[in-house]
Design a protein around this ligand. Structure first.
Ligand SMILES: C[S@@+](CC[C@H](N)C(=O)[O-])C[C@H]1O[C@@H](n2cnc3c(N)ncnc32)[C@H](O)[C@@H]1O
Length: 186
């Protein structure tokens, strides 16, 4: 967490303060955000597909639950979550549909899992157009904030806040906070 920007810490903290119920850190990686959420009193669970990350997370944060699951299949009942944090994890989902693992399929899964009024918070690499780049984990995509926000809205969320930041030496940052709409996908 020492490497996390103060603005991101504040955004996640503010977002978490408005949530109730179980919260999934989807694509949790080494688990620092899951622990951050748990320390704020949330019933937080980290999920990821990469076992090495999960092993590291369990070793570092033994009191926090971590489970192997895909963003495209969280393995939770419909409407059972108070929120999903997908911080720099949705970036690895292709913009077009690929075997049910594209961005729209993932957002549909998050919309299925989150209760009406529940929260979604995305952190991502911002760019002027949707385009792939080589990322240390696996291929990722840059997204313009408005294009990703439109996908989020289409999946059944209302966007409530966006953030952008450009810091020297790192990829431009974007964030989208949204609430699950009661009426389902637009
Ligand atoms: C760049 S890391 C971000 C990790 C952490 N959220 C953070 O902010 O440091 C992306 C993580 O998303 C996970 N991930 C990517 N696609 C996924 C998918 N479809 N299902 C589950 N996890 C996924 C990767 O294994 C990796 O741990």
């Amino acid at each position: 967490m020492d490497a996390v920007h103060d603005d991101d810490r504040a955004l996640v903290e503010r977002w978490a303060a408005g949530l109730t119920g179980r919260v999934v850190d989807a694509g949790c990686g080494p688990g620092h955000w899951t622990d951050f959420l748990a320390r704020r009193g949330l019933d937080a669970e980290g999920v990821d597909l990469a076992e090495p990350f999960l092993e590291r997370a369990r070793a570092e944060y033994p009191a926090v639950p971590f489970r192997r699951a895909s963003l495209a299949d969280l393995g939770v009942p419909d409407g059972s979550l108070g929120g999903v944090l997908a911080w720099y994890s949705l970036i690895h989902s292709p913009p077009e549909a690929v075997d049910g693992t594209g961005v729209d399929a993932v957002l549909a899964e998050l919309a299925r899992a989150v209760a009406p009024g529940g929260g979604l918070l995305l952190g991502f690499c911002r760019g002027p157009r949707v385009e792939p780049f080589d990322h240390a984990v696996t291929t990722a995509w840059f997204w313009p904030v408005d294009e990703l926000a439109a996908r989020v809205e289409r999946a059944g969320f209302d966007v409530v806040e966006t953030a952008e930041r450009t810091d020297p030496g790192v990829r431009p940052h974007g964030a989208i906070s949204a609430r699950r709409r009661a009426a389902g996908p637009a």
